[in-house]
Design a protein around this ligand. Structure first.
Ligand SMILES: Nc1ncnc2c1ncn2[C@@H]1O[C@H](COP(=O)(O)OP(=O)(O)OP(=O)(O)O)[C@@H](O)[C@H]1O
Length: 231
């Protein structure tokens, strides 16, 4: 289980996270919702180690990750699909996927077939440059690259942003499959409320650097959530 415990995060003097706590369980999708600028990406950056926290704990598999570099967290099973995808445009699809080998022991340095089953377009385009793919294909590549690292915690930042509806469905199906596999905790930041609602098991809503609502999907009072999402 991932347990984020009362973390504070600052950019210079500006505080982006204020005592944020959150849990994410294996076999579940946890959705983090909220308007632009409330700290959702900062929370993911804190968990993946891209941005240091000032205080609090980030406990994963019984160990505190705070203070560990991103590559050490990757070795412990944390994989990150960043907002904007950040694929390498001049590398081929195959080479982009192979960048996920870095945290793996030598014998595991191959791309599992499962990734091509989830996203067949990656197999079709294996030798094309990442920059030649559509936005949706790049998003599938970014998720594929994260899966190459055999994560037990998959962290995704707005995977539907700027993506056509058919590919959003494919990505939803892939996340649902990974959830049902049962061995992976999935933490998802999303602006597309209906999609995240239908996919998640538990949710947290952020406002101004804090978690203001949280619970299981079954108990979600949609009007309360929407109040925090409207501008
Ligand atoms: N690198 C940075 N330097 C300074 N301030 C930052 C930086 N990144 C984010 N912020 C500020 O921190 C706050 C939270 O930003 P964050 O990106 O985490 O929000 P968000 O909810 O993910 O928004 P979005 O949906 O727009 O990505 C905002 O006020 C933002 O301006």
């Amino acid at each position: 289980m991932l347990s984020v415990e009362s973390i504070d995060l600052f950019y210079g003097a500006a505080q982006a996270l204020r005592g944020v706590s959150l849990q994410a369980q294996p076999g579940q999708v946890t959705a983090v919702l909220g308007r632009n600028g409330v700290g959702k990406s900062s929370l993911l950056r804190a968990i993946t180690g891209v941005q240091p926290i000032r205080s609090g704990r980030i406990v994963w598999k019984g160990a505190d990750l705070a203070g560990l570099a991103p590559y050490d967290r990757a070795r412990r099973g944390v994989a990150y699909v960043p907002q904007g995808r950040e694929i390498f445009p001049l590398l081929t699809v195959k080479e982009n996927l192979e960048t996920g080998f870095a945290p793996l022991p030598r014998k595991e340095r191959f791309v599992p077939d499962e990734i091509f089953d989830l996203f067949p377009v990656l197999k079709d385009m294996l030798h094309r440059r990442g920059g030649d793919l559509s936005g949706g294909q790049q998003q599938q590549l970014a998720i594929g690259r994260a899966l190459v690292t055999r994560p037990s915690l998959l962290v995704l930042d707005e995977p539907t942003e700027g993506i056509q509806p058919s590919i959003i469905k494919d990505i939803g199906r892939a996340i649902d499959y990974l959830r049902q596999r049962g061995d992976m905790a999935i933490l998802l930041v999303e602006q597309y409320f209906e999609w995240a609602r239908d996919l998640c098991d538990t949710y947290a809503v952020m406002d101004r650097g804090q978690v203001v609502l949280a619970g299981s999907r079954g108990e979600m009072a949609e009007s309360d959530v929407r109040r925090h999402l409207s501008v």
